[in-house]
Each structure stands twice: as C-alpha cells, then as structure tokens.
Ligand binder design. Structure first.
Ligand code: C2E
Ligand code: MG
Ligand code: MG
Ligand code: MG
Length: 280
C-alpha cells in the first residue's frame, strides 16, 4: 500500500512538473508575441509629497492582457522575460512608452511629475543602456529631470565598478535613481556611500504592519533617519491606510505611494484622477 502511494506521489509530482514546465514554455512563446500584438499596457500609480499632499511622481507598472489567457501579472511574466532575454525589448518599450506619456501629460498641461520606471538587471547591465535611454528621452523630448529609474539592491552589487560608472553618467544627465524594495536585499550598506543615488524606496513589507508592529516602525524610522543623513530622499510604498500615512508623515518620510492614494491606473483613469485630485 505504502509503495503504491509512493509511486503515485512520484507520478503526481512528475505530472505537476510537466504542467509547470509547459506553462513556462507557453508563457515564453506568448511573451514573444506580446509586444507585436500590442498586448502590453502601462498603468501609473501616483506618488505624493508627504508634507503637502502634492502629487510629485508616477510609477509606471507593466500590465499584460493576453487575448486568451486574460490578465497576467508582472510577478509571473517578468522573471520569464528576464530568463529569455525578452526583457531587453520589453524594457525598452516600457521606457519609451512611459517617457512619451509623461511628455504628453506635460504638453497637455495636465501634470508635471517625475516618471519612475522599473529596470531589470539584465537591461541595466547591457552595454549602451544609458546612451539608449538618453536617446529615447531626446527623441520624445522629455527633460531627464522628469525621469527616474527604480533599481534593486542586488542589481547594484553585480559589477560594482561598471554600475558606478553608469550611475555617474545618469546623474550627469539629470536622471534620478531610486532603490526599490529597500531593506529586503540582505546587502551591505557599504554601497550607499559609494553610489550616487537620489532616493530609497522602503519596501512595503515594512509598511504593512507599521502601525501595530514596533519592529517594523523602528526599522522604518531608522531607514528614514539614515537616508536623510546621507542626503537621500525616502518614499514609502504600499501605503494603504490613513493611519500608515499619518505615521509616516510624523516620521518625516518625504513621499508616499500606495492604494490609500490610488491604485495603479490606466492612462484614461489616471487623467480623471489628476483632474479631481486635491492635496489634503
Ligand atoms: P515594485 O516595483 O516594487 O512595485 C510595487 C508593487 O506593489 C506593484 O505591483 C504595485 O501595484 C503594488 N502596490 C502598489 N501600492 C500598493 C499597496 O498599497 N498595497 C499593495 N499590497 N500593493 C501595492 P505590480 O504592479 O504587480 O508589480 C510587481 C513587480 O513587478 C514590481 O514591484 C516590479 O518589480 C515588477 N515590474 C512591474 N512593472 C515592471 C516593468 O515595467 N519592468 C520591470 N523590470 N519590472 C516591472
Ligand atoms: Mg518599483
Ligand atoms: Mg517596490
Ligand atoms: Mg516590490
């Protein structure tokens, strides 16, 4: 009996693996088509200055609507895009789309905001990344000071000398740099003093229970204090409640982002939001 169960388990496991494997192969094939078929769309989530409530930025977040499979989230397809190298093409599409849209918001007099874009490691490490970004901003006529890159800690630590070089080039162009998911990377803090950064983005895992968990509150306060000592700005992501927002304001966090202010929105809905927004 036990033996048969064991064998069934193995068979079940293999079947499961095959399904997973097929799913990945499928996703990979579907991803190749997605750009061409215009299945990607950018959503934009507002970022607010904590002190004044003023809107200061937008984060571009990629959405994929497959005609048959329906909505597929970035946490599912970005890793596959990275494995297959398709992230290069997709990432370039995101940059151009986000920059074009930001320029359009300015030209129509709807908003003057910094557009933040998530960048994958493979994309950033590629030779010519900064030059291509500069060209794109030129082409769409967006001033670099209205553009920001969100990079992860782990990305910064691969190839540090090359990374420093690229960051210096970006800084010189006037493009700003934020460290995304700050505090989750297990990395040494040494890089904070070596790299020309502008902003730390406190990971939402610290913000979730900020109001009830003393440790999360302590870590959050410590990150804010450290950032300010290093002359960096701080933004909190995943702000969902008034209580979180109020506490972060008290702790002099510079900027706030999360469902409490707005979910990520497609362009048309964002524009309605912008027209109706009143700083509180
Ligand atoms: P991220 O850059 O850390 O983005 C924050 C995520 O938190 C987004 O998930 C956003 O929708 C979600 N979020 C925002 N406010 C709240 C809140 O108040 N509560 C909660 N629970 N969640 C909130 P999303 O859009 O599913 O993106 C997931 C991740 O996928 C991003 O994490 C980013 O790492 C990656 N990603 C998204 N778009 C791109 C892209 O264009 N390029 C690259 N390379 N990665 C992307
Ligand atoms: Mg981000
Ligand atoms: Mg993040
Ligand atoms: Mg994240």
């Amino acid at each position: 009996q036990a033996k048969r169960l064991g064998r069934n388990n193995v068979q079940w496991y293999q079947a499961e693996m095959e399904i997973l494997q097929n799913k990945r192969l499928n996703l990979r094939a579907m991803l190749k088509q997605a750009i061409e078929n215009q299945e990607f769309e950018l959503y934009y989530q507002p970022q607010v200055e904590a002190g004044s409530g003023r809107l200061v930025g937008l984060e571009a977040l990629l959405r994929w609507q497959h005609p048959v499979q329906g909505f597929i989230g970035p946490d599912e397809f970005i890793p596959i895009a990275e494995e297959t190298g398709l992230i290069i093409e997709i990432g370039q599409w995101v940059i151009e789309q986000a920059a074009t849209y930001n320029r359009s918001l300015q030209q129509r007099g709807l908003a003057e905001l910094v557009m933040a874009v998530n960048i994958s490691s493979l994309q950033f490490q590629r030779e010519g990344f900064v030059e291509q970004l500069e060209q794109t901003l030129n082409k769409v006529q967006l001033a670099p000071k209205w553009f920001e890159l969100e990079l992860t800690e782990s990305l910064l630590l691969e190839n540090i000398e090359q990374v420093i070089h690229k960051l210096q080039h970006l800084k010189q162009l006037g493009i700003s740099i934020a460290i995304d998911d700050f505090g989750t990377g297990f990395s040494s803090l040494n890089y904070l003093k070596r790299l020309p950064l502008d902003k730390l983005k406190i990971d939402k895992s610290f913000i979730n229970d900020l109001v009830t968990d003393k440790k999360d509150a302590a870590i959050t306060r410590a990150i804010i204090a450290m950032a300010h000592q290093l002359e960096l700005k701080v933004i909190a992501e995943g702000v969902e409640t008034l209580a979180q927002s109020t506490l972060l304001q008290k702790n002099v966090c510079d900027e706030l982002q999360g469902y409490f202010f707005s979910r990520p929105l497609p362009a048309d809905k964002l524009e309605v939001f912008l027209k109706n927004y009143l700083p509180s």
